[in-house]
Design a binder for this molecule. Structure first.
Ligand SMILES: Cc1cc2nc3c(=O)[nH]c(=O)nc-3n(C[C@H](O)[C@H](O)[C@H](O)COP(=O)(O)OP(=O)(O)OC[C@H]3O[C@@H](n4cnc5c(N)ncnc54)[C@H](O)[C@@H]3O)c2cc1C
Length: 434
């Protein structure tokens, strides 16, 4: 009780992305949280994980950054998965990660898995099915020999050997893992609710209100979209701004910008092994890309493209392309513009190196905005913002999924203990850059 001096706390979290939801989770599990005495309210403008937190890759890596958050957060991901059945509930698993450079095949060339055959099936997975089963020719002895010579792990058999792949291991199951970000974030919100957090959806925050002399937070005002846009104000002793790329619309001083990125999910033509690949694919001149289902656009010269490909449990593959600044950040997650062409490019690029992806079914085409920290530190802003009771947890760039549990735990310590206890967080202090 000393931590809160026995005073009632009204904690308001702005934003139901992964950072807001893990903050809610850890606040609701903090030893000083007493639901009889304190309230925690999470205000989310559209839907839980409607932004990047629901559309990210979900890679976790001990070699991510910053070092003040990564080991703590990586460990917490494992603990959360063990405690709440994360393997089943949000696809937590350790996996291999590699960098792969290779040549892309033209999409006009027939897919090898469309060629039926009875031999060449090295692993027995396709055997015994007669005409109805399709033999993957890349598993012939010759194909497996090529992959081995390129340093490819034996079970990474869904990259076409004819692409001359060169594989460099970046992480193994002791240093890299993954989660399904949408499932993880929504589970965190549910688990927080179970401990008494009031999660309000359609609650778009328009103002943080301060005491008359401006030295502490007092309340938060929001528009309740589910109730005719009624304006509501709730008391607040502590406010955490975790609005990702929208943070500046609530707190303009925060050095956070937005970068749009497209991604797709694919149901591969057969289950594939657990690898996340950072690719460098050299596409040949004349590489035709699909538009409205037909090959119509063609590259003038060779081009190197770098989609990331993450195999996920339950026969899903996620792939994303590079970011763009073509469309500014819209007002809310439901207004994000998806450029079908950019999604198709990602599909075409990954199809150029894998028949399993080429012959698979595209199950989602989506876009979202990454919250970039423009202060040049490379670290997210996590901690006190300078006014009593005001905190920021935002700007997690491309490692927000990896660093969310660590951020959430630190936020619970800032609010209830007054300081970070689980990690040295000085380098994350928002006051360093505002
Ligand atoms: C293509 C892509 C791939 C990625 N892959 C990975 C990866 O593999 N591993 C990794 O660690 N990270 C990855 N990331 C990064 C990660 O997705 C982000 O860092 C993380 O999701 C940011 O979470 P957030 O909660 O800060 O922001 P968001 O997910 O954007 O959530 C912010 C929330 O705030 C809400 N909000 C905004 N304004 C208001 C308001 N006024 N009132 C109420 N609510 C509001 C929004 O509706 C939104 O739900 C990837 C990102 C992208 C774009």
């Amino acid at each position: 009780m000393a931590a809160t001096d026995g005073k009632k706390k009204h904690i308001v979290i702005i934003g139901g992305g992964i950072i807001g939801c893990t903050s809610a989770y850890f606040l609701s599990r903090h030893p000083s949280f007493d639901p009889q005495n304190h309230t925690i309210t999470l205000l989310e403008a559209t839907k839980i994980a409607g932004g990047a937190s629901g559309k990210a890759g979900g890679l976790l890596a001990l070699w991510a950054y910053p070092s003040s958050l990564v080991p703590l957060s990586y460990k917490l991901h494992k603990q959360l998965a063990d405690e709440h059945g994360g393997e089943e509930r949000w696809g937590y698993r350790a996996l291999h990660v590699g960098q792969i450079s290779c040549k892309g095949r033209r999409l006009e060339e027939p897919s090898k898995s469309s060629v039926k055959g009875k031999d060449g099936d090295m692993d027995g997975e396709n055997g015994g099915g007669g005409e109805a089963r399709v033999s993957l020719q890349k598993r012939t002895k010759e194909a497996m020999g090529k992959l081995k010579a390129a340093g490819m792990p034996a079970d990474l058999d869904w990259v076409d050997p004819d692409c001359n792949p060169y594989y460099d291991e970046m992480g193994d199951p002791s240093t890299t893992a993954q989660v399904h970000p949408f499932q993880f974030t929504t589970a965190m919100a549910e688990l927080a609710k179970e401990k008494g957090v009031d999660v309000r959806i359609g609650a778009s925050v328009s103002a943080i209100n301060y005491s008359a002399n401006g030295d502490s937070v007092e309340s938060v005002t929001y528009e309740d979209k589910h109730n005719g846009n009624q304006t509501k104000t709730i008391p607040a002793t502590d406010v955490i701004i975790s609005a990702g790329p929208w943070t500046r619309s609530i707190y303009p001083q925060a050095p956070i910008a937005a970068l749009r990125a497209h991604s797709v999910t694919i149901k591969p033509s057969r289950p594939i092994s657990a690898y996340a690949l950072f690719t460098q694919i050299k596409l040949p001149a004349g590489f035709g890309q699909k538009e409205s289902g037909k090959l119509s656009r063609a590259l003038r010269g060779e081009e190197i493209v770098t989609p990331e490909i993450y195999a996920r449990p339950k026969n899903e593959v996620y792939a994303c392309g590079e970011g763009d600044h073509l469309v500014p950040l819209p007002k809310s997650t439901d207004l994000v513009e998806v450029d079908e062409k950019r999604c198709q490019e990602v599909v075409d690029y990954v199809s150029a190196i894998s028949d399993e992806l080429r012959d698979g079914e595209v199950t989602a085409r989506q876009a979202c905005y990454l919250p970039n920290n423009t202060a040049g530190t490379g670290s997210p802003l996590v901690g006190h913002a300078g006014t009593k009771g005001l905190y920021i947890a935002a700007g997690h760039t491309c490692w927000g999924i990896q660093n969310a549990p660590g951020t959430g735990l630190l936020m619970s310590e800032f609010v209830f203990d007054g300081e970070a206890k689980s990690s040295k967080a000085k380098g994350l202090d928002p006051r360093n850059v505002m």
